[in-house]
Design a protein around this ligand. Structure first.
Ligand code: ASN
Length: 573
């Protein structure tokens, strides 16, 4: 007696079972069932209904076909439909060896991702498939796709939600529909196929997730208050503000390249930072079809400053469904942020396993452990001297207190300076991480250390208007030198930061103090072209007639770079 494998086919709709009509393809209830009954590949007439002939493997498949009411084009799918499919699998789980979900191609990748999260501890195959041409048409891709999906599902070898399409088995939460009418419509650009169909169907077992140890659990619950925001050159900050406003609770930012954004536009970064501060979870993905988000470019730092977390190599489809699911599980914004970069169902390549970076706290922690190893005289000392200042600085810049503590204990010193003479305290003060500043001061950080440009941590804090950090440094004994304030004022003016400029003028900074090129804060505000800072400085008594070492007044210097600023701010043209 040949072995019989049991499958449940959940037929939700999609082109696969449609028929042609004057208005285009439309769902055709009953058509698929009738057709399968008449096709010898899918039904051996000598056997009970829906039993296939024996396959070369020596087994046959007996399947039940459950048709959803109504059958829908997958563009009608919503999160409740995903839950219904997950529930159907869950309730029938023990009775079958595997499951095939017949689904429209348009949103198949979303459903696959959603199901992968909802079905926790899945130990049997759940294979989604569909087609580009209906099975009711003579030439079609439906019969091959359906048969392949059934064969894979019957093998019990893949405990995952997958998409089978055009002879490829893809992890569902990595799949994307990349072609509207090619028969080879799906790919998983950031993950190799789990199996390929040629003369045989070859499984790449190394790519398949391990069998779970616990039972299947249904983790339904998905939150629809997520949204995707695709950046483009010149995107309007007001539009962005509206998109990220409540009820949005999570936003997938489809950024340029490896996660870059126009962070030269403070109004845009502010709109995102405000959303983040309000509790919206911002996740950065790439607009590129393949590859991952990383921090290779400075232009990715605006998004990080706005509180966005990296979505690594998540597809936008998987990112949306993951966020929706995480929020649906009742997680807090911080818990969701922490879970985004962790692989729950193989949907993301975890950062540490792909590349290391001085900015990666896990790398910092690993190095700290190595460098902390008591091995006096070993070459580690040279390494320590070379690496620790940068690592400490990176941990301070990123506000990573845990990594910082590890590094401090490995270093045994807190005032190590990098090549620019900057200590971790400089960096924490500049980045505005109060908690790190406290930790450093407690560990004995010296607030009097000056970097190679003569700047103290206090200068950094003043320049960026971090009031709480200024207080912490002053409380630790840092004195406010007039030079500090003047230096910070010039820095604030150069950065066009009106808030910091106002605070510094209030604290007594001199708007006419000049740098080595004879340039005052007003000169620098002129170069930056910031009318608000300019007006504050003029009101604060800045000397408009003062010239720099090249004989230029602030107004002339501003004009030389195309900024029209006069006594009363922007000049009328
Ligand atoms: N519009 C169809 C759907 O997604 C496309 C297809 O299945 N090929 O339901």
């Amino acid at each position: 007696m040949p072995e019989t494998r049991r499958l449940l086919l959940l037929y939700t709709g999609g082109t696969i079972g449609m028929r042609a009509s004057a208005a285009g393809y439309v769902p055709a209830p009953g058509a698929l069932q009738e057709l399968l009954r008449g096709l010898p590949t899918f039904h051996d007439p000598s056997m009970p209904l829906f039993t296939t002939p024996v396959f070369p493997s020596g087994a046959r498949i007996r399947y039940d076909l459950r048709t959803y009411e109504p059958l829908i084009d997958s563009s009608w799918m919503n999160l409740a439909d995903h839950e219904r499919i997950a529930r159907d699998v869950y309730e029938a789980y023990d009775a079958y060896d595997g499951f095939v979900v017949l689904h429209g191609t348009d949103t198949m990748a979303y459903t696959a991702a959603s199901l992968s999260f909802m079905l926790e501890g899945l130990g049997k195959p759940v294979i989604l498939t569909g087609s580009q041409i209906p099975i009711t048409l003579q030439r079609n891709d439906a019969t091959d796709n359906l048969l392949g999906a059934m064969m894979v599902a019957a093998e019990r070898a893949v405990p995952e939600v997958c998409v089978w399409f055009a002879n490829r088995l893809l992890r569902g939460n990595r799949a994307r529909k990349l072609d509207t009418d090619g028969l080879d419509a799906f790919q998983s650009p950031n993950a190799p196929p789990l199996a390929q169909g040629g003369v045989d169907i070859r499984l790449d077992a190394a790519q398949v997730l391990p069998m779970p140890t616990g039972p299947l659990r249904l983790r339904a619950g998905a939150c629809p208050e997520v949204v995707s925001l695709r950046l483009f050159p010149g995107i309007d900050a007001r539009v962005v503000r509206n998109v990220v406003a409540p009820p949005a609770r999570a936003v997938v930012i489809e950024a340029f390249g490896s996660g870059n954004a126009p962070d030269n536009r403070p109004e845009l970064v502010d709109a995102l930072a405000e959303a983040s501060a309000r509790g919206a979870v911002l996740v950065v993905c790439t607009q590129c079809v393949a590859g991952t988000v990383n921090r290779r470019y400075a232009s990715s730092s605006g998004l990080a400053r706005a509180g966005a977390v990296s979505g690594g190599d998540l597809t936008p489809e998987a990112a949306l469904m993951k966020l929706s699911w995480l929020l649906g599980q009742g997680l807090s914004p911080d818990e969701v942020r922490a879970a985004v970069g962790t692989s729950l169902r193989g949907e993301i390549t975890e950062a540490a396993s792909t590349r290391w970076s001085l900015d990666d706290p896990r790398f910092a922690a690993a190095i700290a452990r190595v460098l902390g190893a008591p091995d006096p005289g070993a070459p580690v000392d040279g390494l320590r001297a070379a690496l620790l200042p940068s690592l400490l600085g990176a941990a301070a810049t990123h506000g990573d207190v845990a990594a910082l503590r590890l590094l401090l204990s490995a270093a045994g010193a807190v005032n190590l300076a990098d090549a620019d003479g900057r200590t971790a305290l400089h960096r924490a003060a500049a980045a505005g991480h109060l908690e790190v500043v406290h930790a450093l001061l407690k560990a004995g950080a010296d607030p009097f250390v000056l970097d190679q440009r003569g700047r103290s941590s206090l200068t950094e804090a003043y320049e960026r208007g971090h009031a709480a950090i200024i207080d912490a440094l002053v409380a630790a004994g840092a004195s406010v030198r007039a030079d500090d304030l003047d230096l910070a004022l010039r820095g604030a003016a150069r950065r066009g930061s009106a808030e910091a400029t106002r605070a510094l003028l209030d604290a007594g900074a001199d708007p006419s103090a000049a740098d080595t090129l004879g340039r005052t804060a007003l000169h620098l505000a002129g170069l930056a072209g910031c009318a608000e800072t300019w007006a504050l400085l003029v009101d604060g008594g800045a000397d408009l007639t003062r010239t720099d070492r090249f004989g230029q007044t602030a107004e002339q210097l501003a004009a030389s770079v195309g900024h029209r600023l006069g006594r009363n701010g922007p000049a009328k043209s």
